[in-house]
Design a protein around this ligand. Sequence first.
Ligand code: GCW
Length: 741
Amino acid sequence: MSSAVIALLLFVGSARAEDGHSLWMRYVPVEPVLAATYRAQLSDIVAPDATPTQRAARAELERGLAGLLGKSPRMHADASRYSVILGTPRSSNVIAALHGEIDALGQDGYVLKRVQHDGRSVLVVAGQRDIGVLYGVFHLLRLLQTGAALDRLDVHESPPVPLRVLDHWDNLDGHVERGYAGRSLWDWQSLPEWKDPRYTDYARANASLGINGTVLNNVNASAWSLAPAYIEKTAALAEVFRPYGIRVFLSARFSAPIELGGLKTADPLDPAVQRWWRDRVADIYARIPDFGGFLVKANSEGQPGPQDYGRSHADGANLLADALAPHGGVVMWRAFVYAHDVPADRATQAYTEFAGLDGAFHPNVIVQVKNGPIDFQPREPFHPLFGAMPRTPLMLEFQLTKEYLGFATHLVYLGPLFEEVLRADTRRHGAGPTVAETLAGIAGVANIGSDRTWTGSHFDQANWYAFGRLAWNPQASARDIAADWAAMTFSPDPAVVQPIVGMMMGSREAAVNYMTPLGLHHLMARGHHYGPGPWVDGGPRADWTSVYYHRADRDGIGFDRTASGSNAVAQYSPDVAATYADVAKVPEPLLLWFHHVPWDHRMPSGRTLWDELVSRYSLGVRQVKAMQATWATLAPPPANADAPASATEPAPVTEPALATERSPVERGSAPLTGSIDPQRHAQVAAYLQIQLREAQWWRDASIAYFQSISGRPLPPGEPAPPHPLAYYEALQFPSAPGDGR
Ligand code: GCW
């Protein structure tokens, strides 16, 4: 290889440091033959630029094509000869002719299709509104990034769920509750004057997925986020996000009238309280005309709420809804409630408190329900409220930040978890509706922070991505989404995409196996939830302990939620309840969620429950090893032997593996080498090593603990944990990240 080529390689390498900051919008050159085809198809583009959103769409397309095709297209506001036309029926006659099909797609929808115009084939990217066009541009760029053909495009997209939001659990001091990706992205100190460019990139990333709302602050809210100085700062963020179709929301602290307003009460029926909220909301809309509304956690885990005054959740939600209604805002009122003084099975409490309120909420209230009845566990059944409040708009809340799934260092792709919940059949009306079909909104607790990768690891970007894609289209396949993400994030090379998709699709089940197999749940260490803690007992509340959830004793293990136990099954439709209540019919992954089962219960595998439990823990560890092995096959070729050796690092002796028919530079900088760039490969490899160490820890600690209760021998071939139980119980991690405070 000539030194000129090496110099160029080094240049390309440094110009494109692969630290993950570009997310799935890297726009690196596509393979040259494909690039030539695309260039011919996308040479002259007509795109209006009269509004901020139009300019954002146009700029994104220019930026994307310049990167992907190595050449900027000719952009026109108006032209007689063009190959692509962007816009709405108002901005273009060609598009106006399609208004019937565009209108049918609703406010956020778009069309991407070829039409004949003046005897030529023209690619149309069109929506009813500018935002649809921007979404369509991102779709087109995705097609290019994944190497799709553009000649017969006929895409019609419209999202069935109108509200698609990220919930940030960010405190005003920059700490992110359950955040594993650094500090908060919002620098409240330098706002409103300094609008960090990262805010725009955040908006671009969300718009690329169709996410249209963001709740900026933690549901464990400070009243201060509603103070005028913070509203100014929020207004500055809203300004950055607006062209990208993203409305801002705030978490509101229910007692803010006392803390900020100096009132004596926050009673929702008190006229002075009502006035305070009305005035405050009016002030917010004066600064942020498209403010989305409030998210509220009330009477849950110590947060203030209407029950402090003997009022209901509906009274509380309606108070804020009435203040927001004149301005078009909504209240997202969380159903994640469980009271200190209620001894009932925690899994039943949200339903118990909310189902009876169906019909009592004002129209602009949306009740936000976690995906399962406990708390973002590696696996839960779907929440029984879905389908049970037909007169109340419901939204689903997922957690993208992996509080209970190994934090950012474990590779756990949540797409299959999301898919499992969205497709679950509530059977409220015979067959159907599925959870997805009951939704007016969908929220994801963000996994985003100040880390260069945004999400604390390269693979956690996929959870943000998959959340957004499934929020847009809840019927989409987690596997297809993983394939798109891998192609855009790493390389469209099938030799890269296929193994990565394999790793991703198996990763969630691996975590379930090494943490909480067979329907076990909430066995993480106390407080920070880092690592295993199946022995956690005592403390302020039974339902903050692990023994409450696994109920293991000499005879067996699991939580009896049938009629002989807490009867949580009765909160599901009769069909679903009948399945879950029957130990012979309940899906094996939920067995111990719903049943207390003897250790020698025969499992479908033919093993006893005890043997099966142990083998699942070990399987989880093996699955992480398998991910490691796959990742190793994607290692970059060793550095070139001709390259100048650095002082500290000896030049590798291996033959350079780049001597294919064309050099990577000639192909563009996304060479089809079947490998990952060194920077990202190394970090993922290191994180997999952490994951393996911790999976092993989970296995050993859990087996040591459960064996101390079951008193049974390990199945043949299963190694004993290397330490006694007391060792695992004594481990402490006072500085584990992301704690709640
Ligand atoms: O999972 C729990 C978390 C809390 C969180 C709470 C909630 C924001 O441990 O940190 O508080 O859920 O969803 O409100």
